[in-house]
Design a protein around this ligand. Structure first.
Ligand code: ME8
Length: 511
């Protein structure tokens, strides 16, 4: 069975920001790690183009929703490339094939009695594209997220019988304690379900930007139903002629931030059960990137432009920083200063310098040949079990823990250089054997940490592996991340500077 990972599909009502980059990068780290394990991975991302968020933004800008989508969707696609995410397909919900797929599923739900006509009366936030209960409002009539005053709506539309899935959902949660990761998000979703589910509106009468309801073209399908189904429809046309559904359905891990937990942890599995499709295996819910304690968001305007960071520091530095700085699953503050600190102290110093020093010593003392020797026993012991620990971390979707485990060994290697002082050994011919052992251990340690760092910093690792004389992509397989106590000799090559000094400090967005 394949390994199917997804990001949310992002609204095209504005340009991508660092929050979107974060989810896409985290998903890519997971996808790359799983490919290192030999898994067949399918990685989906894309844009959500229908509904009020996009229609209203277009109106504000004096353009049409389609034009806005055509302008911004390529920017999200470009972000995928710039963060070096290995997405296998980029879906747009305006794709004709997706729209057909949505109509097919929704018609099936209607035919099997899961959808009925009714009247919605209550609060609706067009920015969230979400129906709100009284308890979710502030000051009695304002959206707690967007702070805008909402109008009470009364509208004839179609309802999805979510209430019928109260028990099936409770059973799902009971049977699958890891359905939602981390645990506190699982608890949050389950307690929402336990409060009692009411049917949800699944069409909009007052909107034209969307997929028409097949049996009643005066209405369009509610954008969230349309959007959620992207994960399913994409498999039907991403690779014409191939049956991806049988290989990849259901999704293995679906990644997103906590803002859209309810849709994915409650409505989505119910919708799939109604359609008699398997529900995803796990949802990985991360927190918010914060700037000065506030959620980074386009409506608040406190966003960092990922393209700018990448232009200055490179993709891998951004990937590393986000995964390292923000514990996946919790909110975390990011800042230009924090970025620069980690860039200089961890990337340039701890990893970059370790690599350049080690290779320079091999060049200088051993004429560019990694000696074929026996590595030091303490070093061997320190690497013992590392690859298995990293594998377990990824199994638990603890990407932060995986990176931290590897970084401990990067630091260990730095200490090893200090302890062994190869430059001193090189002065004493009687220590030649020990120097061989130290240099061979360093090269081997560097190789192992790099294989494990590959999902986080793919380009950097590829360059380093080439310099270590191991350019073959087979070298990146996870099974190669075992410390070999007696590695055979290798010729090293020149290593370009991995993390050059950047003179211009990252401009703060307020500046
Ligand atoms: O909700 N911190 O689209 P969206 C972390 N179209 N992640 C963030 C973030 C932040 N400050 N800001 C955004 C939608 N994100 C719907 C989804 S899916 C069927 C439909 C990321 O453009 C995070 O992944 O508002 C969040 O869940 C997503 O962008 C919301 O993107």
């Amino acid at each position: 069975m394949g390994y199917y990972v997804t990001t949310p599909i992002y609204y095209v009502n504005a340009e991508p920001h660092l929050g979107h980059a974060y989810t896409t990068i985290a998903t890519d780290v997971l996808a790359r790690h799983m490919r290192q394990r030999g898994e067949e991975v399918f990685f989906l991302t894309g844009t959500d183009e229908h509904g009020e968020p996009v229609a209203q933004a277009a109106e504000r800008l004096g353009t049409t929703p389609r034009e806005l989508a055509d302008l911004n969707s390529p920017r999200f696609r470009n972000l995928v490339a710039r963060v070096n995410a290995t997405a296998d397909f980029f879906i747009r919900t305006s794709d004709a094939e997706h729209e057909d797929g949505v109509r097919r599923v929704v018609q099936g739900l209607y035919d099997s009695g899961h959808i009925y006509a009714g009247t919605y009366e209550g609060w609706y936030c067009p920015r969230c594209a979400d129906f709100k209960t009284e308890g979710e409002l502030i000051d009695g009539n304002r959206c707690a997220i967007h702070k805008i005053v909402l109008v009470r709506e009364k509208e004839d539309n179609y309802f999805f019988r979510l209430s019928a899935f109260q028990e099936p959902l409770e059973r799902l949660y009971a049977e699958r304690p890891a359905f939602v990761v981390p645990q506190h998000r699982y608890n949050e979703a389950l307690s929402f379900i336990r409060q009692g589910l009411t049917d949800v509106s699944m069409s909009r009468a007052s909107l034209t930007w969307g997929v028409p309801v097949p049996w009643d073209e005066r209405q369009v399908i509610y954008v969230w139903i349309d959007a959620l189904l992207n994960y399913y429809t994409a498999l039907s046309y991403a690779r014409p002629g191939q049956d991806l559904e049988s290989r990849f359905w259901p999704p293995t891990v679906q990644v997103m931030a906590k803002d859209i937990l309810k849709f994915h942890a409650v409505i989505w599995p119910a919708l799939l059960m109604a359609a008699e499709l398997e529900v995803p295996e796990r949802l990985l819910i991360h927190g918010y990137l914060l700037m000065d304690e506030e959620k980074m968001s386009k409506s608040l305007g406190n966003v960092i432009d990922p393209f700018q960071v990448i232009d200055m520091y490179g993709t891998d530095a951004l990937r590393y920083y986000l995964l390292r700085e923000v514990t996946l699953g919790q909110d975390g503050s990011v800042s230009p200063e924090g970025f620069e600190t980690r860039y200089a102290s961890e990337l340039a110093n701890e990893y970059g310098n370790l690599a350049s020093r080690s290779l320079a010593m091999i060049a200088k003392y051993r004429d560019g040949e990694v000696p074929s020797a026996e590595a030091g026993a303490e070093l061997i012991a320190d690497f013992d079990g590392l690859a298995d620990r990293v594998r377990e971390r990824f199994d638990a979707l603890d990407l932060t823990g995986a990176l931290d485990d590897v970084w401990q060994l990067v630091r260990r290697l730095n200490r090893y250089v200090q302890e062994q002082a190869p430059w001193a050994l090189a002065k004493d011919p009687a220590e030649a054997k020990r120097l061989d052992s130290v240099l061979c251990g360093l090269a081997e340690g560097l190789r192992v940490v790099s294989v494990l760092l590959y999902p986080f910093m793919p380009d950097t690792v590829a360059r380093l592996m080439a310099a270590l004389g191991r350019p073959d992509s087979n070298e990146l397989a996870l099974e190669r991340a075992r410390f070999d106590p007696t590695p055979s000799g290798h010729t090293i090559a020149e290593l370009p500077q991995l993390f050059p000094r950047v003179e211009r400090p990252l401009a703060s967005p307020a500046a």
